[in-house]
Design a protein around this ligand. Structure first.
Ligand SMILES: Cc1ncc(COP(=O)(O)O)c(C=O)c1O
Length: 426
């Protein structure tokens, strides 16, 4: 059956199709996309897709109250799914800063950052973020997504070349689409293939990499990438969404970790992961930031960050800077979980970071595995195609400095137990 032509009555479509099958609809009416998708969704949701977007009734801390998407019951679960890598967003100082900012400024910035929407708290946050990253200046965006889209499209033009890792985040891809440049893809974390692609590129060239890749948790082979890119006269943008505040002697990220902070041209990141807040940033020279201020459309055609969020981020940034022991605790939790998963025979792929994919590698079974895991007390979603390649489905664990050894031990017990029962591991 062709999913775009309609549903075959009586046939189960849930296991056969995924989101990518419903991208094109038959006929001339845009609404024709809806029918086959809705049929599939009505079956897919109770069969495991309900695990997405379940409503939390509490802060995204290490224990969460979650309303089960199928039963409607609220369960307390150990949270292995939130990006709150340092457990900062719900700290009392952060909440108080947000409350104080609400009292001072009210809810929103009520304007574009280049018109009326810049408040003192935004200035301070940008200043302290630049200091933290040891750069001349920083500029804020509403989200990490819009930072990539706005920055890439501000810098690159039609006729230029953007060379992307095959596993680049959607925001990087969308930035390249908006820039209308020629886009070339190199094999994931493969400097040899990058070289092949750079050999085909002419004129202005931008190579984009991520510090930590968010689906596999592997770290960019930055020294080799930088060497190749520089030899070809390409500029380098690093998206440190999952690595700022975590890697490097001062927590500046993977570029600092490799001692390449000054070799990388553009440093981008998000406040939504390690600080558990919202917003994106780019750091660099004063001239670069003034240029982005003038040409970053995703920023200035949008309202500035909400002041309670900006104030909470400022408090969170100060905590991350003042408490390096949070990073130490995170890395000891990562080492503990990695060792215990290895002892139990749980495959975490190529991960060398706080993002650990528990590989299931079975697109049909991953939902049943995830349901059992949630029923036994863990908050942990499945990730399937098209977010990851076909037959590489997984459950993506995010480790936090706030997890206790007991939380992690429970996680190992539940995950390994379910994978064994399901015949995924021995
Ligand atoms: C590499 C990367 N860049 C950018 C983003 C977008 O960040 P935000 O959630 O702040 O929009 C993400 C989020 O998943 C990411 O993984």
């Amino acid at each position: 059956m062709d999913p775009v032509q309609g549903k075959d009555p009586g046939k189960s479509t849930f296991a056969e199709y995924d989101y990518s099958n419903f991208y094109y609809g038959a006929g001339d009416d845009p609404l024709n996309l809806l029918g086959p998708f809705s049929d599939w969704w009505r079956e897919a949701r109770p069969n495991g897709y309900y695990l997405y977007s379940e409503a939390l009734q509490s802060a995204p801390a290490t224990r969460v109250q979650v309303r089960n998407g199928k039963t409607g019951r609220v369960q307390e679960l150990i949270n292995l799914a939130s990006y709150n890598y340092l457990g900062i967003s719900y700290r009392p100082e952060v909440k108080q800063a947000a409350i104080d900012a609400t009292n001072l400024y009210g809810l929103g910035a009520s304007g574009s950052p280049i018109l009326s929407g810049t408040l003192e708290v935004h200035r301070q946050l940008a200043r302290e973020m630049a200091e933290f990253k040891d750069k001349e200046a920083a500029i804020l965006f509403p989200t990490g997504y819009s930072a990539n889209v706005g920055f890439i499209a501000a810098l690159m033009r039609s006729g230029d070349y953007i060379i992307l890792d095959q596993y680049s985040h959607a925001s990087i891809v969308d930035g390249a689409i908006l820039a209308k440049s020629n886009t070339l893809w190199f094999r994931h974390n493969n400097p040899l293939d990058l070289e092949r692609k750079l050999n085909k590129a002419k004129g202005k060239k931008l190579v984009v990499v991520e510090g930590v890749y968010s689906m596999d948790g592997d770290v960019c082979v930055l020294p080799e990438i930088v060497e190749v890119a520089k030899r070809h006269g390409a500029r380098i943008l690093i998206d440190e969404a999952h690595s700022t505040f975590l890697f490097g002697p001062n927590g500046r990220g993977v570029a600092e970790h490799f001692g390449l902070d000054n070799e990388v041209d553009f440093h981008l990141g998000t406040f939504s992961k390690s600080l558990g807040g919202q917003g994106g940033f780019v750091c660099g020279s004063r001239d670069l930031i003034d240029y982005v201020n003038a040409f970053g459309r995703s920023r200035f055609f949008s309202c500035n960050l909400a002041p309670p969020v900006a104030a909470g981020l400022l408090a969170g940034l100060r905590i991350a800077a003042a408490e390096p022991e949070l990073r130490t605790k995170l890395w000891s939790n990562v080492a503990y979980l990695r060792r215990r998963f290895a002892e139990e025979g749980v495959d975490i792929g190529k991960s060398t970071s706080q993002v650990m994919p528990v590989m299931v590698n079975n697109d049909a079974r991953v939902f049943a595995v995830a349901e059992k895991i949630q029923d036994r007390g863990l908050f942990l979603q499945p990730v399937t195609y098209p977010a990851v390649p076909k037959h590489k489905s997984r459950l993506r664990v995010s480790v936090s400095a706030a997890h206790t050894e007991e939380d992690l031990e429970t996680a190992v017990h539940v995950v390994a137990g379910v994978l064994r029962e399901e015949g995924i591991i021995r």
